[in-house]
Design a protein around this ligand. Sequence first.
Ligand code: E4P
Length: 218
Amino acid sequence: MKFFIDTADISEIRDLAAAGLLDGVTTNPSLVAKAGRPIADVIKEICQAIEGPVSAEVTATDFDGMIAEGKRLAGIAANVAVKVPSTWDGFRACRALSQLGHKVNVTLCFSANQALLAAKAGATFISPFVGRLDDLGLEGMEVIREIRTIYDNDKSFKTQILASSIRSPLHVKQAAMAGADIATIPPAVLRNLAKHPLTDKGLASFLADWSKTGQTIL
Ligand code: E4P
C-alpha cells in the first residue's frame, strides 16, 4: 500500500519526503485555506517537493466550472491530480478530464456505488472517507472492502482505492488489510505508526546494558 500525506503544510511534506516515506500528497480546500496562501503557489511548491501525484481540488460545483478549474489546476504541474466531488457533475467532469489525459481523484466518496461510478468515469483515484463514516456510527472500512470486491470483479477498472479521512494508526492497518491501494494519512498519524512503548522500553534496556561494556562500535 502506498502512503500519501493529507496536508498542504510544505514543511511537513518536505520532512516526510526526505525520509523517503511519501508516494504522494492530497490537499482539499480546507487544508489549502489553512496554509493561508494562493492555491496555485501552494500546489506548485508541493509539486516541486515531491515526484508523486499531488491532489488539488476544484471548488466549482457545476460541470463547466469544474472543467475550467480542473484545467487550470492541472496546468500547474504534470503531477497534479484534479480532485472532483462525488456528484453527478463531478463524475461527468471526471470522465471529461480523464479523457483529456489528466489524473483525476474523485473525492467525498461515501458509498460503493459512488466508487463504481468513479471507475466507470475513468478516475485515477477514488477517495472513500473512512473517518467521516465512522463519525456517524457507520463502518467506514466496510466501504473500502466493498469497493475492493467490486473493482476486483471487473478487470477493466483501473481506479486505485485511496483510503481517506484516516484518523488513526488502526485505520492505516485496516485499510492495508482491506486492500486499499493507497492511504492518505495526516502527518501526526504517519509519525505515530512508528511508535510502540515496548520498542522504547527495549531500546532503553539494550542501551543501558551496552553502556556498561564501555565499548563503541565506531
Ligand atoms: C482526502 O483527500 C481528504 O483531504 C481528507 O482525507 C479528509 O479527511 P478529514 O475527514 O479528516 O477532513
